[in-house]
Design a protein around this ligand. Structure first.
Ligand code: PLP
Length: 365
């Protein structure tokens, strides 16, 4: 079986360094808010080209805390609207609901699967306060267009960078393209911890200070609380693991780009639509599309290839958002019915890639 993602193999590459870093944390006697955490924040901010990075417990919290901070700073209030793509992982939308804000869904571009900037303005009202572009599958959104709209209507731009660590838009990296950005270090992401983790990046000092306090019980100073905060912190162990893996992230991205280029050049089947990339992608996922998706999924599985669907059910079709049951997001639904993610990771060998390509080129159900 060729697995969708061999996480054990991915982390085995760094085993010795991870064990050494882990041992150092154990022996330090300091497990929360220590030097691993502060060093990782510095290194990750620098990697993105952003001024500030604030470690948090996971990617969802990163997005939740950005919106929460804008509320504390008086920029957004309960009931305001936030624009978000209809085609995303549900976490992007949950972060809005969690803050008593109203998600306004925008259909994606059918070729890139990313939010379609030309459809944003018609949904802007006097209550709209922010846009959350999601750099889905690792490809950066059309940020020039999105930022121009945001400037015109005085909106904050909050990147969902959970799938795009290291991806460029022109000469800047994801995490430095808007007002603030949320990243996830869920183990399967391109930069994955050995557990949960997340970070916010921003160039806004006031916002950074507010988020740091909010994630630490609302405390900016020991035993003094400015806000009714939460506990959402990146622990020393995960920060230490991430410091090791951050050093190899560009190498991981290069290998993913190589495999993707090879897929793009060699998959030749008129039933299969290959990904369209118009900006830069770090290929968190290599997503193909076909109206025979379920057949292709089964055919590959019968031939020992594991593929996954990102995602099987659109957020507006989920029970959690039953208020949207009768809404119509046809492009998003079509994408959810037709996409299939092929195996890809920095350790996937050319032999396996060739086996997958050969099977895809023979598929004619
Ligand atoms: C993974 C992911 C998140 C959430 O990250 P967690 O660390 O799992 O909470 C948010 N948005 C997108 C697009 C994601 O892929």
């Amino acid at each position: 079986m060729i697995p969708f993602l061999d996480l054990k193999g991915v982390n085995a590459q760094y085993r010795a360094e991870l064990i050494e870093a882990c041992t150092e944390v154990i022996d330090s006697g300091w497990y929360v808010q220590g030097t691993e955490h502060s060093e990782f924040e510095k290194e990750f901010a620098e990697y993105c080209g952003a001024k500030y990075a604030i470690g948090v417990a996971n990617g969802l919290d990163a997005l939740i805390l950005i919106l929460r901070a804008y509320k504390e700073l008086g920029i957004i209030k309960d009931g305001d609207e936030v624009i978000v793509p209809s085609n995303t992982y549900i976490a992007s939308i949950l972060a809005i609901s969690e803050n008593n804000l109203v998600p306004v869904l925008i259909e994606p571009d059918i070729n890139t699967y990313l939010i379609d900037p030309s459809k944003i303005e018609e949904k802007i009202t006097s209550k709209t306060k922010a846009i959350i572009p999601v750099h889905l599958y690792g490809q950066t959104c059309q940020m020039d267009e999105i930022i121009a709209i945001a400037k015109k209507h005085n909106l904050k731009v909050i990147e969902d960078s959970a799938q795009s660590h290291g991806a460029y838009y022109k000469d800047k990296r994801s995490g430095n393209l808007g007002d603030a950005s949320g990243f996830s270090f869920y183990p399967g992401k391109n930069l994955g911890a050995l557990g949960d983790g997340g970070v916010v990046t921003t160039n806004d000092e006031e916002l950074a200070r507010c988020i740091r306090a909010l994630g630490n019980y609302g405390s900016h100073k020991k035993y003094e609380n400015l806000y009714k905060g939460v506990n959402s912190r990146l622990d020393e162990m995960q920060a230490a693991m991430l410091r090791v893996k951050l050093r190899y992230l560009d190498n991981e991205i290069d290998k993913r780009k190589e495999i993707s280029k090879y897929y793009l050049e060699n998959i030749k089947n008129e039933n299969i639509i290959l990904p369209t990339v118009t900006t830069d992608s770090v290929w968190h996922l290599f997503v193909i599309r076909t109206n025979k998706r379920d057949e292709l999924h089964k055919y590959l599985l019968d031939n020992s290839i594991q593929t996954l669907i990102h995602y099987p059910l659109a957020p507006h079709k989920q029970e959690a958002y039953s208020e949207w049951k009768n809404s119509n997001y046809a492009i998003s639904e079509k994408i959810h019915e037709e996409v299939l993610s092929l195996p890809i990771s920095g350790i996937q060998g050319i032999q396996d890639t060739n086996i997958i390509i050969k099977l895809l080129n023979k598929f004619d159900q």
